[in-house]
Design a protein around this ligand. Structure first.
Ligand code: SER
Length: 585
């Protein structure tokens, strides 16, 4: 049985519409580097925007969490994972949500009630104790002793500090042990593992405080990797059917056993990191390894995996990596067709990062071993920077190597050195990643509309209707826009782009939106970036008669709000892709 298929089928039978997984790198949202939860691409709708497919949605979503990347290596941590979810946008609330979760778990997955427990919100100054959810659980057969009332650290999502849509939740736990489940649920006993989180999203948290959302929503999330392992009765996620073939492949190439505790962690790290890299690089917008933002995460994932391949003694000239990549793509292509379409790019990108790193890895390791003998407890920042600069060792790798020898690294010293050398520091990227689930502000909205104008203007000025957006990124400071074109733009072309866009801004065109069938939208000439990724019904934004694009928004009402458009930079961004950075003032 495939959990993802069963889940979607179940919620479709309850009147939900399936929506496609959004790209793992959020478009037009600079507040996070990656989607970290299924609800993230739905934030505009949770805040009140009407979704073209209605009020009941379900999907499986590609997610990536990097905050505990270094924890990967144990039995349960992953960077990339898939999250199943169902949403009510102002439609049903606690009763149906809880009842359907219970029905899915006990009747579709056949989990015995004896193995289930739940927690509900204990109440705080904003909202009272969630007796309602507790009563619903009891009516379904969950005994009192299996219901815990917990505070905001457990039953508020995401947490009281982060901005954006939020609310109390009820979490569902599964007894993962061969011993008989105790009568009472004990939140401190880690044999009770969380399998599902139903959030009752009622508030928008802004700088001003908690304000009620336009309507009450339900947002649920279930992790595919964890629940698959549970259903298959294994305590180690990497031994579930999702991963075991990859582990076997590593064992074969390394000639070592997963059960040998010296190698277990390395094998998990390789599987996790390469799977994540395949998914990220395999997107149509395609992130490449680099020293900033998402690219830096991809670089860290690949380099850490390569280091562990090396540790396992896998021959670097063997076709191991390629075989692993191919089998990951084959397992996921049915769900994410872009992986198969981009197979060549994925293999090439990961292999070339491997080659690059391999060139210096051995020398770097030798150097590191030498360095180690000179320091008793802490490796200075400048030495770590030297390893980074000369041998391509991400700081996290140096820290990990140091830790294996009982040493630490002066990361602050490293960062100081690093900052002096880089325009955009890793610390900045991490801070951005951690900054949470903020919404789209006014400035970002103006930039967002500007990307549509630029997309249209490029086709006219460069006289090529095959130019399309390959990616975009917006901050409050600037916009970045990638498009397919194979040469540098001339000064004259850049001037013409600015003039044309400013002409459109001055004309103060009205921006309108309309929902329609995907096919109709495309037939009507709407620009579509990832046609296979859109739901059947889409939103089309029309700007005067100059631009027409499928997009979820938000956008300004009139182009005059953009004031003035100016190109700051035009440069290459990969083969056949150019990048424009521009500002509005
Ligand atoms: N947003 C909640 C979570 O990530 C439920 O989907 O757990």
């Amino acid at each position: 049985m495939k959990l993802k298929d069963e889940f979607i089928k179940f919620f479709v039978s309850k009147g939900h519409k399936q929506i496609p997984s959004a790209p793992i790198v959020p478009e037009n949202d600079n507040t996070v580097l990656f989607n970290t939860a299924g609800m993230q691409p739905l934030i505009p709708y949770l805040k009140g925007q009407k979704h073209p497919l209605g009020n009941r949605l379900t999907d499986y979503q590609k997610c990536l969490r990097t905050d505990d990347l270094e924890e990967v290596g144990d039995a349960t941590h992953h960077t990339f994972f898939e999250m199943l979810g169902n949403w009510s946008l102002g439609d049903y609330f606690k009763k149906e949500s809880i009842a359907w979760s219970f029905e899915f778990l006990t009747e579709v997955l056949n989990i015995p009630v004896e193995r289930l427990a739940v927690s509900v919100f204990a109440g705080n100054e904003i909202i009272g104790k969630d007796e309602e959810s507790a009563e619903i659980w009891k009516s379904l057969g969950i005994p009192d002793a299996r219901i815990a009332y917990l505070g905001e650290e457990d039953n508020w999502w995401p947490n009281m500090k982060l901005l954006g849509p939020c609310g109390t939740d009820t979490e569902i736990f599964y007894w993962r042990s061969d011993e008989k489940a105790p009568v009472e649920y004990d939140p401190n006993d880690d044999r009770w593992v969380e399998i599902w989180n139903n959030v009752f999203m009622e508030y928008n948290h802004t700088e001003e405080g908690f304000t009620p959302l336009a309507h009450k929503n339900v947002d649920t999330g279930m992790g595919v990797e964890r629940v698959t392992a549970i259903l298959e009765g294994v305590n180690d996620n990497y031994l579930s059917s999702l991963f075991k073939n990859y582990i076997k492949l590593i064992e074969d190439y390394a000639g070592k056993s997963y059960n040998d505790s010296e190698y277990t962690a390395s094998m998990r790290i390789i599987v996790d990191h390469i799977r994540a890299a395949v998914i990220i690089v395999g997107e149509n917008s395609g992130v490449k390894p680099s020293n900033t933002d998402q690219g830096y995460i991809v670089r860290r994932l690949i380099r850490r995996a390569i280091r562990h391949e090396n540790k396992l003694g896998i021959d670097i000239n063997s076709d191991f990596l390629r075989t692993l990549i191919d089998s990951i793509i084959d397992d996921y292509r049915e769900y994410y067709p872009e992986l198969n379409e981009n197979r060549f790019k994925i293999v090439e990108t990961i292999e070339s990062e491997k080659t690059k790193f391999n060139r210096t890895l051995e020398k770097g390791l030798k150097e590191f071993n030498k360095i180690c003998t000179s320091y008793e407890s802490k490796i200075p920042g400048e030495v770590a920077f030297h390893l980074y600069d000369t041998y391509g060792f991400p700081i996290e790798l140096t820290t990990e190597l140091a830790l294996e020898r009982g040493l630490s690294v002066d990361e602050e010293g490293f960062n100081q050195k690093f900052k002096a050398h880089q325009e955009l520091s890793r610390a900045g990227a991490e801070a951005k990643f951690k900054s949470g689930l903020a919404g789209t502000g006014e400035v970002e909205t103006r930039y967002h509309t500007a990307t549509h104008l630029l997309n249209a203007a490029l086709k006219i000025v460069l006289n090529d209707c095959n130019i399309h957006q390959m990616g975009s990124n917006i901050t409050t400071e600037r916009m970045r826009f990638d498009f397919n074109f194979d040469r540098k733009l001339t000064d004259d072309e850049k001037q013409k782009l600015e003039d044309l866009i400013n002409e459109w801004i001055e004309a103060d065109y009205t921006v309108t939106k309309e929902e329609m069938d995907k096919e109709k939208a495309v037939e009507s000439g709407a620009e579509a970036m990832f046609i296979d990724k859109y739901p059947d019904v889409v939103t089309v934004y029309q700007i005067g008669d100059v631009s027409r694009e499928i997009c979820t928004g938000p956008h300004v009402k009139h182009t005059g709000e953009l004031h003035h458009f100016k190109i700051k930079k035009e440069e290459a961004s990969g083969a056949g892709v150019r990048r424009i950075k521009a500002i509005l003032n």
